[in-house]
Write a protein that binds this ligand. Structure first.
Ligand SMILES: *Cc1c(COP(=O)(O)O)cnc(C)c1O
Length: 410
């Protein structure tokens, strides 16, 4: 006789209430169904909107050369890699991409991963463990934080960009193995880490520096070679103390990530990174698309010039448009332009007001950003036009005037 399955008095019964609690505290996140239209336009939940939310900073995600390369790669290598890299999944396409990435970044050797998140949660525990120490900027990306936790090393968090605090923490630490981890471009603020100063501290205290350049790769430095190139710290100037990590699903327009550095450290990571060893290799057709992307990143200087021009136009426009408003544009020279609003409800109202005007800019609230710093995260792309920027500036100027709190008048 079949008895119906029962969840009586089980913790599994608590999920509906736990979800309701997310609703009550405005922390429930919603996915929206997105279909790309032309340029920077997206169809979001059926509505056509001009989007300022994409990390496709160079406008390459829908480029015909990448689509063609992906199709050619699929015909030659198939769709799936079929095994982990150390078994039989290390396709000739992935191998060629690794050499191209190392050459592009100006570092001795690179390892190509299927995702940036998996890269950081895997390589940090491969580098340090119990008894070692990690030093982490408080605004670091979640995957650096999670990798640090997984490693079981002691974690010292220093206030955002406070290099004096980092220096003191490094000086106090008696552990022989020290790892400093930092976003190169901070993902919610768009500001750039002081890489030369971080490297100098690592040299002074015999530490290794892991930089996550998810938002700088393709955008910063000559030919878009990233944050190290921006500071002249790649090629002949590359330090064996730097591990450079970047993702390939943002400016590169595809998917995946890589880490690059000295031969010895890269060989160690190949031997010890569990998220690399125990996972199916990235589809080789993506490596084909990525090699086409690297060509465009390197040669289409106009994409970066256009992006820089749009960034300057937005900043100039808002300097005038937000005069007298409490809304403040963060100090950022990258494609990430945070407009700090403060209150969660005001940020959400601004986002809704923009949507009514056909514009899509995501409001970012705690816990993703610190309490009281809710913001609109404006992301610009080479796919935008001057007219798009002007439209956004106009809408934000109007909204900031109407959303202004009472106190500002009196
Ligand atoms: C997006 C992002 C990642 C994760 O990369 P995926 O390839 O999307 O997994 C890692 N670090 C930073 C700073 C990011 O912004």
């Amino acid at each position: 006789m079949a008895t119906s399955p029962s969840l009586k008095n089980s913790w599994l019964d608590e999920f509906p209430a736990r979800i309701a609690e997310l609703d009550r505290t405005h922390l429930r996140r919603r996915r929206r169904v997105v279909v790309p239209e032309s340029g920077a336009r997206l169809q979001i939940d059926g509505q056509s909107l001009l989007a300022f939310c994409s990390n496709d900073y160079l406008g390459l995600a829908n480029h015909p050369a990448l689509i063609e390369a992906a199709c050619t790669g699929a015909r030659r290598f198939g769709v799936g890699a079929a095994a982990s890299p150390l078994v039989s999944g290390h396709s000739a396409a992935n191998d060629a991409l690794e050499h191209a990435l190392a050459g592009f970044a100006g570092l001795p050797r690179a390892l190509y991963f299927y995702a940036g998140y998996a890269t950081n949660i895997g390589i940090i525990p491969a580098l340090v463990g119990g008894g070692d120490a990690i030093f982490s900027d408080t605004l670091n990306h979640a995957c650096l934080i999670d990798g640090a936790r997984l490693s079981c090393a002691q974690i010292h968090r220093y206030a955002h960009a406070d290099l004096e605090a980092l220096d003191a923490a490094l000086a106090q630490s008696r552990t022989p193995r020290k790892l400093v981890i930092s976003d190169a471009v901070f993902s919610m603020d768009g500001d750039l880490a002081d890489v030369p100063a971080l490297l100098a501290l690592c040299e002074r205290h015999d530490a290794l520096l892991l930089l996550d350049d998810a938002h700088g790769f393709g955008v910063l430095g000559p030919q878009g070679r990233g944050c190290l190139a921006h500071f002249g710290l790649n090629g002949a100037q590359a330090s064996p103390r730097v591990l450079y990590m970047a993702t390939l699903g943002k400016a590169a327009g595809v998917a995946g990530a890589f880490v690059a550095g000295s031969d010895a450290i890269m060989e160690w990571l190949l031997q010890k990174t569990r998220s690399y060893i125990f996972a199916t290799a990235a589809p080789p057709l993506l490596a084909s698309a990525l090699r086409a992307s690297l060509q465009l990143i390197e040669h289409d200087e106009w994409r970066r010039e256009h992006l820089q021009h749009l960034i300057a136009r937005l900043r100039q426009g808002l300097a005038t448009g937000l005069r007298g408003s409490t809304w403040q544009l963060g100090e950022s020279l990258t494609a990430i332009q945070p407009l700090l609003i403060g209150r969660n409800d005001e940020a959400l109202a601004a986002m809704a007001g923009l949507r009514e005007r056909g514009l899509w800019v995501p409001a970012i609230r705690p816990p993703t950003v610190p309490e009281g710093t809710a913001r609109l995260r404006i992301a610009l792309s080479a796919a935008h036009t001057e007219a798009h920027i002007d439209q956004l500036v106009q809408a934000l100027s109007e909204l900031s005037a109407t959303c202004r709190p009472e106190t500002a008048f009196g």
